[in-house]
Structure formats: C-alpha cells, structure tokens
Design a protein around this ligand. Structure first.
Ligand code: MG
Ligand code: ZN
Length: 218
C-alpha cells in the first residue's frame, strides 16, 4: 500500500491566525507595515522580508515574545485529536512552516516531536533578532521562499507516496501544486478551486480526520 505523507502548515493552519503578524503588531516599531506591504506586493521575497521584520526586534525580547505567543495563539479545533489519529494510523506527518523556531516549537512541543518540524531558526547573539534559513530553495525553486515547502516535499516524500498538503495561504501554493491532494482553507482554498487542484475544504482538524479516513477506506 502507498504510504500517506502529510505536510501541514503552521501559521493560519494549526494556529487560527498568523503569529509573525501578531508579533510585529505587538513588538515592532511602525515601519514593519511598510516591509509587510513590500512582501505582499512581491518587491521583497519572503526570505528578505521576514529577515528584515525580525531585525526590527531586539534580541533581549526573545522570552517575552515566546511567552506572548504561548498565551495568545489559538490552536485550531481538533488538532490534538488529529495528531493522535496520525500516530494510530501510521501516517507520516511533517509540520512545514515559514514561522520561526522560538515560537513554533514551544507551541507544538506537547503535540509532536521536534524531528517532525521544519521551520526557520533564529539567533539572539546580536543586538537584534537574526533569522537563519536551514531549508532554503533547492535548484527547482527560485522563489526565495525562506523555508521552501516544495523543496521539502521533494526531499521528504518519495515518488510513490500519497502526498497531502494542508494549508491556508499563498505560501502553501507551490507545495499544493505538487501534492496528490490538498486540504485547504482561506486563500489556498480559493486558489485550489481556481486552478482545479484535487482538494477538500476544512474548518477544523476534525474535518481533516474525516478526509483522511475517506482516503484510508479506498
Ligand atoms: Mg499559513
Ligand atoms: Zn522555494
């Protein structure tokens, strides 16, 4: 039987809103908005833009930022049950995230092991926060993604795996295009409809469990 391999986004998918945006709103000086707009208009790549955003924040704020996210981020309903389900059914799960380790990992540590998490990293040795990029684009992507989801798909899944991408935004689209099935919400859902990718919508992780159950019954 083909293995099912699931690639699940973090911000806006596991959490109900984007944590980088919440951090900037709370901790960054006003010029963060201009950088955000340049990312959205694609004048800056995600990698350059996110690097610039975090360079606005003093390294001394690290613990305060982590605590802020731990107490404010909302995990989407059914996520814990979804994790149990993947373990029970032997489904391989990777969290692929453009978020940063110092808030992604503390939020996820009670759910998954760190070997399942692929995200950007951070360095607090300098005055301001520096982002480190362990998973940049391979030769087949020239998007300067930062954490390159299509590259990770190519690296972590084999050709005959049934690849499922779960996500919510433009940053999941390239990976979604090379998946066998997309489970989508928000902007990614619109895109899947537009491009007629094989997909199902979801609101909670209970929906995700039902969708995976259908596949397991095939
Ligand atoms: Mg997202
Ligand atoms: Zn890329």
């Amino acid at each position: 039987m083909t293995d099912i391999v699931v690639f699940c986004d973090f911000d806006g998918t596991i959490t109900t809103s984007d944590n980088i945006i919440s951090i900037m709103k709370k901790f960054a000086p006003p010029e963060w908005e201009g950088i955000k707009d340049s990312i959205l208009s694609q004048q800056l790549s995600i990698q350059e833009g996110v690097g610039k955003l975090f360079s606005l924040l003093p390294s001394s704020k690290k613990d305060e930022i982590t605590q802020y996210i731990l107490s404010h981020a909302v995990i989407r309903e059914g996520f814990g049950e979804f994790i149990d389900f993947t373990k029970r059914r032997g489904i391989k799960l990777y969290i692929v995230s453009g978020g940063i380790d110092f808030f992604v990992k503390p939020l996820l540590e009670k759910y998954v092991s760190f070997e399942q998490i692929y995200c950007n990293e951070s360095n607090f040795d300098k005055e301001t926060i520096e982002i480190i990029w362990p998973y940049t684009c391979d030769d087949d992507c020239d998007n300067r993604c930062g954490c390159c989801k299509p590259s990770l798909l190519r690296k972590l899944a084999s050709l005959d795996d049934y690849k499922i991408v779960i996500g919510d935004s433009i940053t999941d689209l390239q990976a979604a295009k090379s998946a066998d099935k997309v489970i989508a919400t928000d902007f990614l859902l619109q895109k899947c409809e537009e491009l007629q990718l094989h997909h199902s919508p979801f609101t909670s992780f209970f929906d995700v469990i039902s969708i995976l159950n259908e596949r397991l019954e095939v």
